[in-house]
Ligand binder design. Structure first.
Ligand code: DBV
Length: 249
């Protein structure tokens, strides 16, 4: 069963409807990766596929899709805007492990504590958030140092019924992405030098945090080894620093 394939398909379809979508290069060796886990009759394949696009306002739209049977399904889907837009990040972390489902859905702000920014990029999402929160209760503890990266519309839940993923979580994913695409459609390029510097700083802070604390690191290392994993994290999943140093040299 590939629980999250419909999310990936629907996400890409929504992107295509509203963006001038182009392919974003995936470093070779990372488009698909497979490993066999377990022993004897319990052997199974864990397949990770990568998907990536770019548009005039969105620097990197990328997804990592891990498929390893009923008890191992992950879709991590993130949008990183170009550095001359003040758009938030779109982030979906849809995770199914032997212990259950874990869903994180948000538009992560560049400037969390700026009231004008909140009015522009968080408040419009709050009715959607409150609607889904009725069906998707707060998922409990999560890492303290991650809190400053999430918006007040952070949907964080641990559904116990798989059906909830196919209904409420699927609808929430579509609504969050659609709202994000409306923000992107309205966004105007930033030209102020100081503001551009702030955006760059906030983007770097975010990707550094996510690369350093990637909760999938342990899983990827077990399946595919340390070298592949670190290269995947820094060269594809959270590649901003690499991209900036490549364009500076
Ligand atoms: N998470 C990623 C990427 C993944 C991924 C790139 C490609 O950022 C998967 C895969 N997330 C993934 C897996 C787990 C989680 C958990 C496999 C389970 C780890 C485990 O239990 O072994 C949101 N994801 C989580 C958790 C959170 C998030 C809070 C629980 C982690 C914990 O309790 O330690 N999304 C994640 C996050 C940010 C975000 C931390 C920060 C800004 O956007």
């Amino acid at each position: 069963m590939t629980l999250y394939q419909p999310f990936l398909d629907e996400g890409i379809a929504l992107l295509k409807q509203s963006l001038d979508l182009q392919p974003y290069p995936i470093p070779s060796g990372f488009e698909t990766k497979s490993a066999i886990t377990g022993k004897g009759s319990r052997q199974s394949e864990v397949l990770t596929t990568s998907h990536a696009f770019t548009s005039s306002k969105l620097r990197q739209i990328r997804a990592a899709h891990v498929q390893g049977g009923d008890a191992l399904q992950v879709l991590n889907f993130v949008i990183f805007p170009h550095l001359n837009y003040d758009l938030p990040f779109f982030g979906a972390d849809l995770v199914t492990l032997p212990g259950g489902h874990l869903i994180a859905l948000d538009m992560q702000p560049l400037f969390r504590d700026d009231p004008a920014y909140q009015i522009q990029y968080t408040e419009p999402l709050l009715p959607t958030f409150h609607h889904y929160q009725q069906h998707l209760p707060w998922g409990g503890d999560f890492p303290e140092d991650a809190q400053s990266f999430f918006s007040p519309a952070f949907l964080w839940t641990r559904p116990t019924e798989t059906e909830v993923l196919q209904t409420h979580v699927f609808n929430a994913f579509k609504d969050y992405l659609q709202t994000y695409l409306q923000f992107a459609a309205q966004a105007k390029p930033v030209t102020d030098r100081d503001h551009l510097a702030e955006i760059r700083e906030a983007q770097l802070k975010y990707v550094r945090y996510r690369a350093e604390k990637d909760p999938a690191r342990g899983m990827f290392k077990r399946f595919y080894g340390e070298e592949w994993t670190e290269e995947y994290i820094h060269g594809f999943l959270f590649d901003l620093e690499r991209q900036l140093s490549a364009s500076a040299s």
